[in-house]
Ligand binder design. Structure first.
Ligand code: GUN
Length: 299
């Protein structure tokens, strides 16, 4: 067995390509219809990871030529205040996409917020309306991370028809929508989760294995069918392996897949970080352009 058999899927390269295409679409939409796609991002509180994501969303939407507004609200924002902001953005003609960064602080309830969100501006694809449209193969705004995974899979594998796909994780944001997208691509799809019996054996059936559980390095090398395409959605912060660095309290990001082991078995593998992650914001920009076109009756 060679040291590393898997071909790595560099998400940064794909994301850059997608962002360039979105920038072209933004310019064309401005030139042809005078529409500048606008994205509003709402962040409540000061979670450090969320701050980084939100800054990146703002910067990248500006770089693509879009109108971009970031609302940073204090930690003690009330449910009513947040709902009032979403209601205003729902009818703001300059805003085509709204993203409320999750998780919200504990005293806020995300369900009523999402229920209020105009589904046509729901660029996260989190509303019941968009989940339902996706489940019925109707035109929908689709969650960004799952869509990013599909772009990578289609590029490296081509036609996905008939492939066995196993999705580990059943979250509303990733597991469920990616299972729907794989089904639409004519894969045979299994959704596995924490209660699945003999999870390693289920994973070993997969030509396409998507790990979206939020458990560091859970998927081991011997859970993977040789040659499979493995998509690691996990972003887990763990102490450094080096005990000196760990003792200093330093942490690093690892995926849900044991990268070292997987790289010796898989055919294709996304690194984490640097695989799926960069695709998420690029697809968010794409969704905002799609939303702007939909609202203008162009699609
Ligand atoms: N928090 C982590 N990922 C996401 C995402 O894709 N959308 C939103 N709204 N919040 C997140």
């Amino acid at each position: 067995m060679p040291e590393s058999s898997a071909q790595l899927i560099d998400g940064k390269v794909y994301a850059e390509r997608l962002r360039a295409r979105v920038a072209e679409e933004v310019a064309a939409l401005k030139a042809s219809h005078g529409i500048q796609p606008g994205l509003a991002v709402v962040l409540v509180g000061d979670d450090p990871a969320s701050q980084i994501y939100v800054r990146s969303k703002g910067e990248q939407s500006l770089a693509a030529g879009m109108h971009s507004v970031t609302h940073r609200l204090p930690e003690d924002t009330t449910q009513a205040e947040l709902e009032r902001l979403v209601a205003e953005l729902n009818v703001d003609p300059l805003i085509h996409g709204i993203l409320v960064q999750l998780p919200l602080p504990k005293h806020l309830d995300e369900k009523p917020i999402l229920a209020l969100l105009n589904p046509d501006k729901d660029v996260d694809g989190l509303t019941v309306a968009n989940a339902g449209r996706l489940a019925q193969s109707l035109p929908a705004l689709v969650p960004c991370t799952p869509m990013g995974c599909m772009i990578l899979l289609r590029d490296v594998l081509g036609d996905l028809t008939g492939k066995r796909a196993v999705v580990v994780g059943r979250s509303v944001l990733v597991g469920r929508p990616i299972a729907q997208l794989l089904l639409q691509a004519d894969c045979t799809v299994t959704i596995a989760h924490s209660r699945t019996a003999d999870l390693p054996a289920v994973c070993r059936e997969a030509d396409i294995l998507v790990a979206a559980v939020g458990r560091p390095r859970m998927i081991k090398g011997d859970w993977i069918k040789p040659g499979a395409a493995v998509i690691d959605v996990g972003i887990n912060r763990v102490p450094f392996d080096d005990p000196i660095k760990a003792a200093e309290g330093r942490t690093k990001v690892v995926g849900d897949v044991d990268f070292k082991q997987a790289s010796q078995v898989a055919g294709w593998l996304t690194p984490a970080p640097g695989g799926v992650g960069p695709m998420t914001v690029a697809v968010l920009l794409q969704n905002t352009v799609t939303a702007a076109k939909m609202q203008a009756g162009l699609i």
